[in-house]
Design a protein around this ligand. Sequence first.
Ligand code: PYC
Length: 311
Amino acid sequence: MTRNELKKIRVIDSHTGGEPTRVIIEGGPDLGTGPLKERLEQFRFDFDRYRSAVANEPRGSDPVVGALLCPPSNSNCTAAVIFFNNVGYLGMCGHGTIGLVATLAYMGRLEQGEHLIETPVGIVTASLHDDGSVSFVNVPCYRRAKGVTVGVPGLGPVTGDVAWGGNWFFLAEAESVPLEPDNIGHLADLCRRIRAAVNAHGFPEVDHIELFGPPRGARADSRNYVLCPGGAYDRSPCGTGTCAKLACLAADGKLAEGVPWVQESIIGSLFTGRYCRNGDQILPSITGSAYISAEATLVLDENDPFCWGIR
Ligand code: PYC
């Protein structure tokens, strides 16, 4: 390959409560305009190396969530997006949706007000507010199983709920380890073992583990630690994880419709969530803020042994 044949991918980076989102605005794979679920499968099977090149080292890092901006198949939608990470693809991503809306606003492609965004798991309604914060109403969320007890090697029994918040979560109280930044390594190890036990217990779809403890800040109702599928922890309070939490609180009658729930992340960033009922499920809405951190052109040189990322 000559130097003239370098591939270039334009991205805009942001962070939402500390959690990075990298939106591909040009140079990503062309997946056409079919149903977004089918485009995701095409991304996975034919272009997965692009995911790795963008999200993994040496250009990315474990916590990076990538967002491939696509033309919507539904003409009512402002945009369509496929979220991905260091190991695969996400159905929805809450912090990523907030980052995407902030990015589109930064690019002048979206104004204040409501916008429909197509994701592989359904359409979400995002609102850009006049102070720059963003809210989104997620796809319907629900608790699938309450009080599931799994035996975790080296820890003993752990009891929690399985819930859908746009991704699959196992949610439990953090009983043995305080949710403090100093314990992040320990929490990652613990949550990996919990996830293996939950998967083996009949919930192979669960790829996020969320532990809860008392908040540190006066404004928050709860603090969490979230292990993401690729082993990184979510720096934000996790949008889909907060939706899963709201589904559990609603199912237990512990939070009424419309009442705010402030979720704090392990690094102290905040999302405010509330929900309204939707039959047996809930429609959660989450509010947070994202900040643009970079505009960049990624360069892919096939002569580079790590051109497609360190997998
Ligand atoms: O905010 O939904 C979220 C999320 C999922 C994984 C990382 N962040």
